[in-house]
Design a protein. Structure first.
Ligand SMILES: [Zn+2]
Length: 148
């Protein structure tokens, strides 16, 4: 009986939370399952599975959630990690940095400054001139090829 009550209570709480949260409903409709998991639930795609880790075309990478310009192919480099990596952002104002101490690691999370979608993490083992490595999930990005 007790267990039944707890289950009902949890269920009611969860459903009432989701129905009240219009924003999350919006994202669920707008994004694919994988994009939602990564952008909104801070997931990580498996290495070498995303669509952009090996993309060498010139163009711009936008936020898959809101379309804000984030990275240029000019700052993308081959990191060998299996994720698209950049040594710089288009402009620092387009991203926010958050401390992430999950999984027993001290990392800095990178999120889109406009929609707060999770993009990936930043590390300081990147190439010159910044020495930074923005390690970003392909699913958080939308690539727009440059017209020649
Ligand atoms: Zn965004």
């Amino acid at each position: 009986m007790k267990i039944y009550l707890i289950i009902t209570l949890t269920f009611t709480l969860v459903t009432s939370c989701t129905s009240q949260d219009k924003k999350e409903e919006y994202w669920l409709k707008k994004l694919t399952k994988e994009q939602y998991h990564i952008l909104r639930e801070k997931g990580t795609e498996r290495a070498f599975t995303g669509k952009y880790w090996n993309n060498k075309k010139s163009g711009e990478y936008k936020c898959a959630g809101c379309g804000q310009k984030l990275f240029s192919s000019k700052t993308k480099y081959e990191s060998g990690t299996g994720w698209p990596c950049f040594f710089d952002v288009k402009d620092k104002k387009y991203v926010s940095f958050l401390d992430d101490n999950s999984l027993g690691m001290k990392r800095v999370e990178v999120v889109c400054s406009n929609c707060e979608g999770h993009l990936g993490h930043i590390f300081n083992d990147g190439p010159n001139p910044t020495g930074l490595r923005y390690c970003i999930n392909s699913a958080s990005l939308e690539f727009v090829e440059e017209k020649k």
